[in-house]
Design a protein around this ligand. Structure first.
Ligand code: GLC
Length: 539
């Protein structure tokens, strides 16, 4: 008899970007009580868990990834009691709550950084961060050539002459993970949230933490880590960070059934697999999947390699199509294969997204992803078919990328526009008093209300797919490829279900069996281009 498969190996997790999900107190910003009010919706979607983006006390210079107090909730999102209530009510609804852990950096408003500023160079307070003297005759040059992921230099100088490291915004100083106090503090933070009932953690920039010894110059910009073939960069994926993961895992293992998922942008599956070896993370997002072109050969290679690399260390892939950092996939898939997405967003290429094509492919992509073995993370709004809002007025852009890139990169606000719940009304049901980012006029058509009126909507497709997945596809982790032509992805799950995606130009004759679900009408017995179908092949 095989052992029971742990829940997280086949879970569907729903990512809640708190600020943009539901606003209960009508201040234009989503909040925890908004999430609580929408638990029935999440339950009806059939997901196993929520991952909530950072909700801690924060100046929100980077949407909350700049944490001033890891043990309390920002008043704009609610209170610690609200968070406790959410976790308890979620549990009553069969949902776990995964909290976002931000260990690489704090906010500059964190008490440790304030103490570091108040104390002088070489003080113990500064040792918790990376305070370093500059180069040049008077220390007037930064310690090295590292750049910030958001643009500009990764070092800023304080009035007494020291420089401090910030891989992201100037208000996000990097912590020194060689320092025992930093390590002890984060173990305590893990326990704090686990004791309150958290289901686990999504760990922010999990491939960061440790910096190259002696702060050597980098050969590439920090943003280019994924396109650097060797993946070697003194800011990323340093071998010593693996020990930290083991320390955290030991803490999690003291609590039953918890999960820890890494956000690790590393260029190869081999490197990624290091994070999910026994005794380390349970899961690590496979961002290669988000970057694979809509082509059968590319997708198949991604799926095979991901399954092979994770399987070799006893793990299982973690699929994701969209999140709060990426251009929404309904829009990605609406652009010609190979388009440089940032160039498109920043209007350096003149291309109009084909909205219908994007929607058709997004529907097929959902059935592909939900048909695969492993865990799936959904980003709020993808189940409604939300596109990227690529034309937000410049005046409302908040992502620090916009300012730090000298207004060259519009950043990530376009995937963070608040959720439409109703066809009409104030902020389409998001809240009673507008929304922190403007919603476009067509937003009501994507609302939950509009989706629920249509049995063939994106939401209906997701609900049905998640329900069928939990009944038929979670019992085992087996995938067998079937050859149905070069432009077709076809695989059998277990003994009784077939998943077919047609990426070719011609319609494809449906295989024998009962159609369980399809992303397009297949009544004529054919699967059209960019369609996907799940077929029962029970004998
Ligand atoms: C991660 C988050 C992103 C944030 C960055 C810095 O990549 O997903 O939103 O800006 O880390 O914390």
């Amino acid at each position: 008899m095989s052992e029971k498969i742990p829940w997280w190996r086949s879970s569907v997790v729903y990512q809640v970007y708190v600020r943009s999900f539901a606003d209960a107190n009508g201040d234009g910003t989503g909040d925890i009580n908004g999430i609580r009010s929408r638990l029935p919706y999440l339950r009806s979607l059939g997901v196993d868990a929520l991952w909530v983006n950072p909700w801690y006390v924060s100046p929100l210079n980077d949407g909350g990834y700049d944490v001033a107090d890891y043990r309390d909730i920002d008043p704009r999102f609610g209170t610690l009691d609200d968070a406790k209530r959410l976790m308890a009510e979620a549990e009553q609804n069969g949902l776990r709550v995964i909290v976002d852990l931000v260990p690489n950096h704090t906010s500059s408003e964190h008490v440790w950084f304030q103490q570091a500023l108040a104390s002088g160079p070489n003080s113990p307070e500064r040792a918790r961060y990376h305070f370093v003297p500059g180069k040049g005759d008077h220390g007037e040059l930064p310690p090295n050539n590292w750049t910030s992921v958001f643009g500009g230099p990764a070092w800023s100088r304080v009035p007494d002459g020291d420089w401090y490291l910030h891989m992201f915004d100037v208000t996000q100083p990097d912590l020194n993970w060689e320092h025992p106090e930093v390590r002890a503090e984060f173990e305590a933070i893990l326990r704090f949230w686990l004791d309150l009932g958290a289901g686990g953690f999504r760990v922010d920039v999990a491939h960061a933490l440790i910096k190259g010894e002696g702060y050597p110059d980098a050969e590439t910009e920090a943003q280019e880590v994924l396109s650097t073939p060797s993946g070697d960069h003194p800011l990323w994926d340093q071998p010593d960070l693996q020990v930290i993961i083991e320390e955290w895992r030991r803490v999690l293992d003291e609590y039953p059934d918890k999960v820890m998922v890494a956000e690790a942008w590393v260029p190869s599956w081999e490197r990624l697999a290091n994070y999910v070896q026994p005794g380390k993370y349970h899961q690590t997002f496979d961002f290669h999947f988000t970057q694979s072109n809509w082509r059968a050969d590319t997708l198949r290679k991604t799926i095979e390699t991901s399954m092979g690399a994770s399987g070799a260390v006893g793990s299982i892939p973690t699929w994701v199509l969209s999140n709060h950092d990426l251009i929404r996939h309904a829009t990605r898939l609406a652009l010609p294969v190979g388009t440089n997405l940032r160039d498109w967003l920043n209007r350096r290429v003149d291309l109009v997204a084909d909205v219908e094509l994007g929607e058709r492919r997004a529907r097929a992509a959902a059935l592909l992803m939900l048909g695969l073995p492993g865990s799936v993370y959904l980003y709020q709004g993808e189940e409604l078919g939300l596109p990227e809002v690529h034309d937000l007025p410049e005046a409302v852009l908040e992502d620090p990328t916009w300012a730090r890139s000298g207004h060259a990169d519009r950043g990530r606000d376009g995937c963070r526009v608040p959720i439409p719940w109703t066809r009409e009304g104030n902020s389409y049901g998001f809240g009673d008093n507008g929304s922190w980012l403007p919603q476009p006029p067509q937003w009501g058509e994507f609302s939950v209300e509009a989706n629920e009126e249509d049995p063939n909507s994106m939401l209906s497709l997701y609900r049905k797919a998640i329900s069928i997945r939990s009944k038929r596809l979670r019992k085992d982790e087996v995938l067998d490829w079937i050859d149905m032509g070069n432009d077709v992805l076809a695989f059998r799950r277990g003994s009784d279900t077939l998943c077919v995606v047609n990426l070719g130009r011609d319609s494809l004759k449906l295989p024998e069996g009962e159609v369980l679900l399809s992303s397009v009408p297949v009544d004529d017995g054919f699967l059209p281009t960019d369609g996907a179908v799940w077929v029962s092949i029970e004998s």
